[in-house]
Write a protein that binds this ligand. Structure first.
Ligand SMILES: O=C(O)C(=O)C[C@H](CCCc1ccccc1)C(=O)O
Ligand SMILES: [Zn+2]
Length: 328
């Protein structure tokens, strides 16, 4: 695997090299009017100085072990370090689907001891929404997040309600392959370094998401390590943005923006917390539509066709009949 070293803020990072060009995402103080403008326009930006999770900067494996209580945490395991998300609710309609990762519930202490055992060939990744089973010190840290700024940002951009805070603790080298989410996201980094490869929603036709009824809905079908340009020719035109986030950074990750997330080697396990917000309700449709709105329309149409046909196997032929030779 070809790697390249990139410098960010006088720090050097060894990162995997892919076939597409990348350009850096701006890194601005959270109170900079330029940063607020970017968020308003749904453009990604790395925010410094917000202390959004300042009360969690001291979270490390040891502290979490002693303060997360004995609750169970969902830990994913992958043989190749890739953790392509899949929707378990769609497994019944996809009998032949083989999940690429396994997951199990374990105490944080068990997870931490698995992490420390260097010999384990498997990669593991803890992904758990913060709930009330955590110890009271964690609850206190959580209540001391910079909610003033978070709530003000949510209001100013007319985002919907905060839906969840996901605690992510990953081994060095774990990768969440390219996908998009349907929520606005303030991604707070606490320990370690994560490289985000971001793609504008208008790159939808370069990234070939799975069909909507597939467990990997919203994930790209393209294997970035070995892209199949026969099946996915337009991937050759993909253009990425890149953001390396470290401790105390917050990345504003706009809804519908594609992202691949890599926990970088040489800086220890990564600890992150997501702040996912529902989309701003569309009060009045304004033309021309933006790319996110077009993706929402495509998803609704795919859902309606799948429902109307009531037979996913006939969907490919139906879609080709509708488009090929007619809308080309
Ligand atoms: O914050 C984001 O949006 C990310 O993709 C962060 C990513 C883990 C996300 C795990 C996940 C993906 C889909 C549904 C629920 C959970 C990482 O940091 O590795
Ligand atoms: Zn995501």
């Amino acid at each position: 695997m070809a790697t390249q070293s990139i410098k960010v803020d006088s720090k050097e990072f060894e990162v995997k090299q892919y076939d597409f060009p990348t350009q850096q995402i701006p890194r601005l103080n959270y109170q900079d009017p330029k940063a607020e403008k970017l968020i308003e326009n749904g453009q990604p930006v790395i925010l410094t100085g917000s202390d959004l999770v300042g009360s969690a900067y001291h979270w490390d494996l040891g502290y979490l072990c002693s303060n997360l209580g004995s609750g169970k945490y969902t830990v994913y395991s992958s043989p190749d370090g890739k953790f392509k998300y899949y929707d378990e609710k769609k497994l019944p309609q996809n009998k032949s689907f083989k999940p690429p990762t396994s997951n199990s519930e374990m105490s944080f202490q068990d997870f931490a001891s698995k992490l420390r055992k260097r010999d384990s060939k498997e990669f593991i990744y803890l992904q758990q929404s913060l709930n009330d089973t955590v110890g009271k010190r964690i609850v206190m840290d959580f209540t001391n997040f910079n909610w003033g700024w978070a709530n003000e940002t949510q209001k100013r951009n007319r985002w919907g309600p905060l839906t969840s805070n996901l605690l992510l603790v990953g081994m060095e080298g774990v990768i969440t392959p390219a996908h998009y989410d349907e929520q606005e996201n303030l991604f707070a980094q606490i320990q370690g370094y994560k490289r985000f490869l971001l793609f504008d929603p208008n790159q939808f036709d370069c990234l070939y998401p799975y069909p909507i009824y597939h467990p990997h809905d919203r994930q790209s079908q393209v294997d970035f390590d070995a892209p199949d340009l026969k099946r996915f020719p337009n991937f050759a035109n993909a253009k990425a943005h890149e953001a390396i986030v470290g401790p105390k950074d917050v990345l504003y990750l706009p809804m519908y923006w594609w992202h691949q997330v890599e926990s970088l080697h040489g800086h220890g396990e990564t600890i992150s917390i997501t702040f996912w917000y529902k989309a701003a309700p569309t009060v009045k449709v304004v033309y021309p539509l933006n790319d996110g709105q077009k993706i929402a329309i495509m998803r609704n149409i795919e859902k309606m066709i799948a429902e109307a046909l009531n037979d996913n196997d006939s969907m490919p032929q139906f879609m080709k009949t509708m488009v090929l030779g007619r809308y080309t």
